[in-house]
Design a protein around this ligand. Structure first.
Ligand code: T5A
Length: 213
């Protein structure tokens, strides 16, 4: 749980699962209650973070080591927390973020095989107790996610990975949800958009009832 006044919600999942599509839907649910929301993303969310994102996604950097990748993710996150997330939470806003440290556990810890322990140590250093209040984990079989993501023109450095990489990422996400079922809610995303959004609405309504009603 965050130590600040606002609320922090993240969306997570493998490529193509529908985070970008659904983050605006979740924003709408919150704004309909009169809440002040900022939407942001990782890696990115600040001018420096967006430049780091470019480096991370650029397929020309295919020689990037797993450790360099891990540290760049946390460098972008450190800036994002200092410049955007903590100030917004301190001002009582709702921060809605497309990916956060769970993605690092899943992609670098699981996908790249660096393990959860190393990611946890960096997380403790970079943000200590600043964890989301709620994480919506959109879950989809890997083949379906890659098929959806593949509809776009060009694949970034991650999207060029093989499906076994994404199987490890998905497996790591599901383990995180098992470890923290109160914070990390799985939302099945293998359905038409209206159904996925009905599921998101149900989870959000139930969670908001315990938080602000
Ligand atoms: N990363 C990130 C790490 O490795 N470690 C980290 O710590 C962090 C923070 C960039 C990359 O960085 C990695 C993970 C990523 O590889 P990103 O920008 O969040 O992160 O990248 P992506 O996951 O690549 O974002 P995508 O845009 O691919 O996925 P989304 O946002 O989940 O999917 P979205 O909404 O764009 O939808 C994809 C397509 O599916 C359709 C949409 O219309 C769209 O065409 N769609 C549906 N179609 C049918 N039915 C539904 N229910 C649908 N929902 C969406």
């Amino acid at each position: 749980m965050t130590a600040a006044a606002g609320h922090f919600i993240t969306l997570e999942g493998i490529e193509g699962v529908g985070k970008t599509t659904n983050i605006e839907f979740v924003r709408g649910l919150l704004e309909a209650r009169g809440l002040e929301v900022i939407v942001t993303r990782e890696p990115g969310g600040t001018p420096l973070g967006e430049e780091i994102r470019e480096l991370l996604l650029d397929h020309r950097h295919d020689a990037m080591s797993a450790d360099a990748e891990l540290l760049l993710m946390f460098a972008a996150r450190a800036q994002h927390i200092a410049q955007v997330i903590r100030p917004a939470l301190a001002a009582g806003k709702w921060v809605l973020c497309d990916r956060y440290t769970d993605a690092t556990f899943a992609y670098q810890g699981g996908g790249r095989g660096l393990g959860f322990e190393r990611v946890a140590r960096l997380a403790d250093w970079v943000h200590h107790d600043l964890w989301p209040d709620l994480t919506l984990l959109l879950d989809l079989p890997v083949a379906a996610g890659l098929e959806r993501a593949g509809r776009r023109n060009s694949a970034d450095r991650f999207e060029r990975e093989r499906s076994d990489f994404f199987e490890r990422v998905r497996d790591a996400y599901l383990r995180l949800a098992q470890r923290e079922p109160r914070r990390v809610r799985i939302v099945a995303a293998d359905a038409p958009l209206e159904q996925v959004q009905a599921r998101l609405r149900a989870v959000m309504t139930e969670w908001l009832t315990t938080r602000i009603d």
